[in-house]
Design a protein around this ligand. Structure first.
Ligand SMILES: Cc1ncc(COP(=O)(O)OP(=O)(O)O)c(N)n1
Ligand SMILES: Cc1nc(C(=O)O)sc1CCOP(=O)(O)O
Ligand SMILES: [Mg+2]
Length: 198
């Protein structure tokens, strides 16, 4: 199964209601700082909505909620891996994407046989404070050389204008948050992304 090249990330299922009808085929639900029941409700709603639209849903962080609701994918960062029950995730038949930022993290990720690897921040991100400032397109190419056929997701400071460069450097998929969610017209921005990545 091939993942779409455009991988937007949203923090609430309301965004999915707005964006999936436009043609988004791969999406991450990245909920932060919400009570467990809200997370469970949001994940279940997102699962149903994505099924309706033929969209692949990737649940960030909340791997147990993904198992409990019968989701197909989770995304975990390095800190998430410290607590996650990878065997339980795999037993549930769930596919796994893992964040990486340096060689040590990449080695750790590859040992878990992930279904994609994400590298970031390719460009500086305004979304969150990070230890890494800017990995650059050279590192995208280096990562692709190291992981071969495994899908590579480029994330961090990505925009419609920067997407082509990331693909040329070797990314298979480009993931994005604020270029859409902080845009004055998020729907129109998603349409631009769809045009640029189809
Ligand atoms: C596609 C993608 N890449 C990287 C991340 C970051 O994951 P993580 O390091 O666990 O940080 P949080 O997103 O959980 O704050 C991601 N979510 N998606
Ligand atoms: C959630 C996340 N993870 C990153 C990583 O490098 O692991 S960068 C990032 C933020 C992406 O948001 P924006 O597209 O607004 O820069
Ligand atoms: Mg995380």
């Amino acid at each position: 199964m091939t993942l779409d090249r455009f991988y937007p990330i949203f923090d609430d299922v309301d965004w999915l209601h707005r964006m999936l009808p436009l043609g988004v085929k791969l999406v991450q639900l990245r909920i932060k700082d919400q009570p467990g029941q809200i997370v469970a409700d949001q994940v279940a709603q997102a699962r149903d909505l994505c099924r309706e639209h033929g969209t692949t849903l990737i649940v960030n962080d909340y791997w147990q909620a993904a198992i409990d609701t019968g989701c197909d994918w989770v995304h975990l960062g390095q800190e998430d891996l410290d607590d996650a029950d990878i065997a339980a995730i795999r037993r549930a038949g769930i596919k796994l994407g893992i964040s990486t930022h340096d060689r040590g993290e990449l080695d750790r990720a590859l040992a878990l046989e992930p279904d994609y690897v994400a590298l970031g921040p390719v460009y500086p991100t305004k979304l969150k404070q990070m230890k890494w400032h800017r990995q650059g397109l050279e590192k995208v190419s280096e990562w692709k050389g190291l992981i071969g056929d495994l899908p590579l997701v480029a994330i961090g400071g990505m925009s419609v204008e920067r997407a082509a460069g990331a693909f040329e450097a070797g990314a298979d998929i480009v993931s994005v948050v604020t270029d859409i969610t902080w845009n004055d017209d998020p729907e129109n921005r998603v349409r631009d992304w769809l045009k640029a990545t189809r």
